[in-house]
Ligand binder design. Sequence first.
Ligand code: COA
Length: 392
Amino acid sequence: MAGASGRVVRRWYPHVLRSFLQVPALQLHVSKTAMRASQKDFESALSQVKLLKDPGNEVKLKLYALYKQATEGPCNTPKPGVFDLINKAKWDAWNALGSLPKETARQNYVDLVSGLSSSSDSSSQVKPEADRKQRGYETLVVTSEDSITKIMMNRPAKKNAITTQMYNEIMLALKAASKDDSAITVLTGNGDYYSSGNDLSNFTDIPPEGIEEKAKSSAILLRDFVDCFIDFPKPLIAAVNGPAVGISVTILGLFDTVYASSRATFHTPFSHLGQSPEGCSSYTFPKIMGPAKAAEMLIFGKKLTAAEACAQGLVSEVFPDSTFQKEVWTRLKAYSKLPPNAMRISKQVIRNREKEKLHAINAEESRVLQERWLSDECTNAVMNFLTRKAKL
Ligand code: COA
């Protein structure tokens, strides 16, 4: 009896002792299928059953009873004592099969396993993606799994350039992630780029009220966008999968950890575009890398390799491009298992005293940019890009 019971039950052992104490009344359903299952079918069902997810106590008892009936015939052992709850439940299940012929029990066992396999196959095919992917985003793919909310910019054909819609969707996704039950949140990009920064065609969408109004609303959008990063309460990680440009670089100073592929580059060509720094980079970059290095990036538009960005403290760690995804997600899955409240509180302790200052810096940078966007230098640079006279 022990050998056979081990066969069916051992795989679910951690749950078995506890849950067998609450076994519901058995309603054994016995198939009326013709007795055709061969010994080979039966053996293959025995192997298959080991691969199934835990089907619950009631089904496990049915499997046990059918196995015993198929291999030993009608129940022939003494009834266990009333306090031997587990063995009594098993004995009851087997005994309930009465004089069911061995062949029928074998067939019923094969049928039951086959039904369990197909329902577990279909659920594993359909469920994960549908469950994980959050609906309602057009420019992002937002998923939650393993206590990680992943926000992936998803305009690969446009190098994940950030349109007005994408700014708004990232804000929405961050707000949702701040309240969901994930422990950490990750921003990354789909395709070969992390992001090429502000979508320069945003500048062409001028409302009837005129260009000043456009500059004003864009400055408000920018300020609100950056505020979301300043206020984000959980550990925020950037997985920089490829080149990063403009605002996708400047806000990195507001992330808690930045992982980069060896293929990533970091470029803030504000002067080339007649613009000025945002994302609190006028404060975070000099603090992270020192004023001289920050000036090279923010004033002269020096493009950093991933290794340089790591050496200067903007990036936490660089991974070879070929193993980037695997290594980063393995690392993040391990981090996501740490106690979430402790991580959140540690972040607060590290960041909170700077928050007010960062909000003020953000407001000031946005105000300056509002003016810059109305300058001839900026208008000409954007027109040059849009008419394809200029590329970075
Ligand atoms: N704004 C608007 N469109 C952008 C964009 C941006 N920031 N970045 C890329 N795109 C578009 C391109 O216009 C192109 O669109 P198309 O296929 O309709 O012509 C598409 O994305 C692919 O870009 P492409 O320029 O063909 O790829 P590339 O590999 O040759 O160059 C970049 C990539 C990022 C170097 C180049 O697109 C570029 O310089 N973009 C502008 C970056 C920028 O100035 N950002 C603002 C910083 S503040």
